[in-house]
Structures are given as structure tokens and as C-alpha cells.
Design a protein around this ligand. Structure first.
Ligand code: TPP
Length: 587
């Protein structure tokens, strides 16, 4: 049967099992939207800004393990997606983004709403395509999904000119894909795995360092088995949180710039670091020449170009985390004769000593809401079972520190790019994937204002996410750096003119709640979590709280700062404090 390009597009998406597409229309994609108008099987979620559509697709992908999909128009529609593409690229998130393009004959002529999105996105996508003829459309879509979801996952862009959507041809969807030169390696080299298993069984002070790759490859069970078998403590990157249960006695939580004292000390002093699906980001390693000075390093990664990119590795293993950890577990089981190592080894005792020396903690205050207290309360009410998204800043680090994620795919976060404005649309994407689930977005007043227009999308599609704004009246993380490293020169970090969030929620038909004192925090959370609607919670938190421990930029990870300098002369000037107090009392 002959189909138009637009019909081929929709039919191909269904063959890929797509249920939901996020996006926003425009002239060159109207033929596709006309087909969607008559279609009952494909959900289309209309956003208010294309950046948000990509974040929703990313979060949908991370929460479900499927490929996320977005569709936008040419020119400004396409360029608005660039931040989302970079974000997905940095966090290895599988999405396919379809952009409309002006008719083929006008490409390169500065036509109305033309942008060379293939050129613009080349360095920030795993691959991209311009479909030149309707005959290529189905194969291109098949390849795009395959590339996005296999190997090291990532974003793939498919640019479709308007005339391609209008032209017709016989429809046939390919069953298989063959892409020359693209053959991801899944199984690790047996000899290297044996070497790694022996090194792990021999090590006296081993640490597993786990990243988002373990979550992408659904390898948590294998990781659990291995950690328990050999009694190895597990630290996770920001992207890896949830890969190993945060409450497990072997969990060390997050490492790096805002990792805890015990975790960073354990990594610094280990004799074997087993990196799985993690990429030795500078926020993790700190000063690279002083990173793990006494350790041998095993690095397991599906992407061969990640290995030895940032750090020397003793045993490299190219492969997908799941089969490699499965084989490692089998080898290690044979080496230890099937007998689990248990009990507090001297190494675990040392770690426990570091933990009690400087536990991850904060000073509660009876009068002022501490941001960490809000996170702690969210954790106590959800027991690590909710899907949590966050934005970027202090609130993000406090969430990573104080919320103990129980399961993979429950923490959706912009790790690599650090994109303010990610958290709220991400929560909406996850809620669309799991309508019955509690989805909480922890955000800052700066970050939330970057994509708050999606409140409308949330209301239209009945996405009852709970947004906890840790409102400190500042770009808090910027203010912290200015206080600690720029002599208190608070340049452009004070956030004036924010809306009244309760009224804002109400303006959209949502529920708005506010807490200004600590005793109100639990009430607000209880009311929000009991509500079936979208709730905005305005927590007016201590504007001057800083996130510790902290490894100053460029420092080694065992050289942490734990508290404000003794003479805190660099706190914001009284005028700024008064302004903040005023805005709290006005609110
Ligand atoms: C799009 C974008 N612009 C700028 C930054 C730089 N930046 C990092 S953290 C931060 C402040 C975040 O403020 P807020 O969202 O209020 O969170 P807080 O640190 O106060 O918790 C800024 C401006 C960024 N990460 N993303």
C-alpha cells in the first residue's frame, strides 16, 4: 500500500513500539500533525517550549528504559532543542528527535525558518540524518532507534524536509539494521574478566565506583551480587545513584566534589578501584594527578573511547555492564569457592571510622528551614521509592547526599551538562510514563524559573507531579562559590523579582503551598503527597546554607572543606539579607 511520508513516519514509530511523543508543531511538520490528528494509538504531548520536550523525552527514556521520542518544527523549533540534545548526549540518554525541515529545494537558501540543524547538532548527537527522499524514511527511522538505544545510548536526530512528508511510496518497514562500522561490543574479553576477578578477590581495600552505565544496562542485580559476594563497598556517581540501594550497609553514597568524607577517603585510600559504567568526570576525580594514588584501576565500559580518556587504567574491559558483571560474578564465585565474604573486614572498619568521624549531617535550626531537612523529610515519607528529579545547584547536591535511592531509574538528573531547567519537564516526562507513581521534582527558585511555562502542559495532561522549590532567593550554588572563592562579591547571584509561587500555582489551576518555618515542612509535604493534583511547594529555606563537604575546584578529593570559614566575613551584606527577609515576609 502507498503511504505518504507523514503516514510512513507515524507507522514506523508504531513499529518501534512508541507510545508517547513530546513536541510542538510548525508549518513544515503539519502533514505529520494531520496524520496524528486521525490517529488513536500514538499519544502526543504538546509542550510550551521545545527544550522541555527533549527533557521530557529524556526522562521518559531513563525512567522506562525505552527510547524517548520528540517531534518539533524547523528553524527555531529545532534550535530550541539544542540544550536538550547536549544534555542527552552527556548523560548517554537514548532519544530520537525528529525535526521538520524546509522543502528540499530551499535548503541552503536562507528560507523562512530554515536552520542547519544537522550541522548544528553534529557534535552533540550520537548520529544525525537529513532524509533526502521519502524512500529513505523508514530505514532511517529504524536505524535511528537502533543507534539511540544500543551500545552507549545517546540522542539521534532525524531532520525531515516538508516535501518528504508529502511524497508517497510503498511502505515496508525493515526488520533488521546493518550499519557499517557500528558493532557495539557487549561481552567482555574473558581473559581480562578473569584478571579482574582475581584482582578483586585479592584486594584488601577495594571500592566499586558505579555510574549511569549500570542503570542504562539494567545491571543492578549483577552489581548487587558481586558487591555482596566479595563484601566490596559501592560508591555511585551522581548519575549512578539508585544502581545500588542507598540503605545497604555496603553503600557509600555519592563520591566527588560533594561526596561524603568517608566516601572520598575510601576512594582516595583504596588499593583497587573497579569503575563500572562511569567516566571519571572531573567532578568525581578532583585533581587528576592525585586521584587514587595507591590503587590499581579496572574500568568496565561499553564505550571503548571512554577507557583511558581521563585516567590510566590497569585492566580495561570493553563491554556492557550487565554481561560483564555477570561473567565477573561467575569467575569470582569460582575463586572464592562459592562462599560469601562477610563481616567487618579491617577495610570496612576503617570506612566506618571515617563515617563516624565526620558523618554526612547538617545543623537543624528551630527557626529557619534547613534545605537538607526538607530533603530528609521527603525521603522519610517516600522511603526512597518515589521517582525524584532535580535541577542544578545546591538543592541537587543536597538531594544526592540526603535522599537514599532504593532502586535504579528513580533518580533523573542532569549530570553531565548540569542543565538548570531540566528537573520540572523531566518530572512531567516520568509522570507520563508512570501515571500512578509519586514523582517529586526538587528544584531551586533559579532553576524552576527556567522552564516553569510547562505548568500548563502538566495541567492539560493531568500530570500531578509534586514540585518542591527550595527557595533561597539566590542562585545558591553560585552564591556559595562567590562566598568561598570570590571574597563575597555577590555579582548577579541574588534572585529578585521571583513570583509568588502559591499564586502562580493557582493561576494555572494547580495547588500552591508554602512553608516558612520548620514545623510547617511536614504539614506541607503531607498535604502535597495526599493531593491528586499538581502541587507547587514553596519552601523558604535558609538563604545562606552552604553545601558541604566540598572539594574546592582543582583540589584532590581527600582535601575536603567541611564548614564555613571561621570568620564568616563574606556572608552577603546586610542589605541583601534584609531584602531576602523582606521577600520572605511579603510572601
Ligand atoms: C542553564 C544554566 N545556566 C547557568 C548555570 C550555572 N549555574 C549552576 S548552579 C546555578 C544556580 C542554581 O540556582 P537555583 O536553581 O536557585 O538552585 P540553588 O543552588 O539555589 O539550590 C547556576 C546559575 C547552569 N547550571 N545552567
Amino acid at each position: 500500500m502507498k503511504l505518504t511520508g507523514a503516514e510512513i513516519f507515524v507507522e514506523s514509530l508504531k513499529r518501534e513500539g512508541v507510545k508517547t511523543v513530546f513536541g510542538l508543531p510548525g508549518g513544515v511538520v503539519l502533514k505529520i500533525f494531520d496524520v496524528l490528528y486521525q490517529d488513536k494509538d500514538l499519544d502526543f504531548v504538546l509542550v510550551r517550549h521545545e527544550q522541555a520536550a527533549v527533557h521530557m523525552a529524556e526522562a521518559y527514556a531513563r525512567a522506562t528504559g525505552k527510547v524517548g521520542v520528540a517531534l518539533v518544527t524547523s528553524g527555531p523549533g529545532a534550535t530550541n532543542t539544542v540544550t536538550g540534545l547536549v544534555n542527552a548526549h552527556m548523560d548517554s540518554c537514548p532519544i530520537v528527535l525528529f525535526t521538520g525541515q524546509v522543502v528540499s529545494s530551499l535548503i541552503g537558501n536562507d528560507a523562512f525558518q530554515e536552520a542547519d540543524i544537522v550541522g548544528i547538532s553534529r557534535s552533540v548527537t550520537k548520529h544525525n540524518y537529513l532524509v533526502k527522499d521519502v524512500s529513505e524514511l523508514a530505514t532511517t527511522i529504524k536505524e535511528a532507534f537502533y543507534l539511540a538505544g544500543t551500545g552507549r545510548p545517546g540522542p539521534v536526530l532525524v531532520d525531515i524536509p516538508k516535501d518528504v512528508t508529502m511524497a508517497s511510496m510503498e511502505f515496508a518497514y525493515p526488520d533488521k539494521v546493518y550499519i557499517r562500522g557500528y558493532n557495539p561490543t557487549y561481552e567482555g574479553n574473558k581473559w581480562q574478566i578473569k584478571q579482574a576477578a582475581e584482582a578483586m578477590a585479592r584486594a584488601e581495600r577495594p571500592v566499586l565506583y558505579v555510574g549511569g552505565g549500570v542503570i542504562n544496562s539494567d545491571a543492578s542485580e549483577e552489581l548487587y551480587g558481586l558487591a555482596e559476594l566479595l563484601n566490596i563497598p559501592v560508591t555511585m556517581t551522581l548519575m549512578g545513584l539508585g544502581a545500588f540501594p542507598g540503605t545497604h550497609p555496603l553503600s557509600l553514597g555519592m563520591l566527588g566534589m560533594h561526596g561524603s568524607h568517608a566516601t572520598n577517603m575510601a576512594v582516595h585510600h583504596c588499593d583497587l578501584l573497579i569503575a563500572v559504567g562511569a567516566r571519571f568526570d572531573d567532578r568525581v576525580t578532583g585533581k587528576i594527578s592525585e586521584f587514587v594514588p595507591k590503587a590499581k584501576i579496572i574500568h568496565i565500559d561499553v564505550d571503548p573511547t571512554s577507557i583511558r580518556k581521563n585516567i590510566h587504567v590497569d585492566i580495561p574491559i570493553v563491554g556492557d555492564a550487565k554481561p560483564v558483571l555477570r561473567d565477573l560474578l561467575a569467575q569470582a564465585t569460582a575463586i572464592v569457592g562459592g562462599k560469601k565474604r562477610e563481616g567487618k573486614t579491617p577495610w570496612l572498619q576503617q570506612i566506618a571510622a571515617w563515617q563516624s568521624e565526620r558523618p554526612l549531617a547538617y545543623k537543624p535550626d528551630p527557626k529557619v528551614i534547613k534545605p537538607q531537612f526538607v530533603i530528609d523529610m521527603i525521603y522519610r515519607r517516600t522511603h526512597g521509592e518515589a521517582i525524584i528529579t532535580s535541577d542544578v545547584g545546591q538543592h541537587q547536591m543536597w538531594t544526592a547526599q540526603f535522599y537514599k535511592f532504593a532502586k535504579p531509574r528513580t533518580w533523573l538528573n542532569s549530570g553531565g551538562l548540569g542543565t538548570m531547567g531540566y528537573g520540572f519537564p523531566a518530572a512531567l516526562g516520568a509522570q507520563r510514563a508512570f501515571p500512578g507513581q509519586l514523582v517529586v521534582c526538587v528544584t531551586g527558585d533559579g532553576s524552576f524559573q527556567m522552564n516553569l511555562q510547562e505548568l500548563a502542559t502538566a495541567m492539560v495532561y493531568d500530570l500531578p507531579v509534586k514540585v518542591a522549590i527550595l527557595n533561597n532567593g539566590y542562585h545558591g550554588m553560585v552564591r556559595q562559590w562567590q562566598q568561598l572563592f570570590y571574597q563575597g562579591h555577590y555579582s548577579a547571584s541574588r534572585l529578585e523579582g521571583g513570583p509568588d509561587y502559591v499564586k502562580l500555582a493557582e493561576a494555572y489551576g494547580a495547588v500552591g503551598l508554602r512553608a516558612t518555618e520548620p514545623h510547617e515542612v511536614e504539614e506541607v509535604l503531607d498535604e502535597a503527597f495526599a493531593s491528586k493534583k499538581l502541587v507547587l511547594m514553596d519552601f523558604q529555606v535558609d538563604p545562606y546554607e552552604n553545601c558541604y563537604p566540598m572539594v574546592p575546584a582543582g583540589g584532590a578529593i581527600n582535601q575536603m572543606v567541611y564548614e564555613d570559614p571561621p570568620t564568616d566575613a563574606t556572608r552577603p551584606a546586610p542589605a541583601a539579607q534584609d531584602a531576602q527577609k523582606e521577600s520572605i515576609s511579603l510572601a
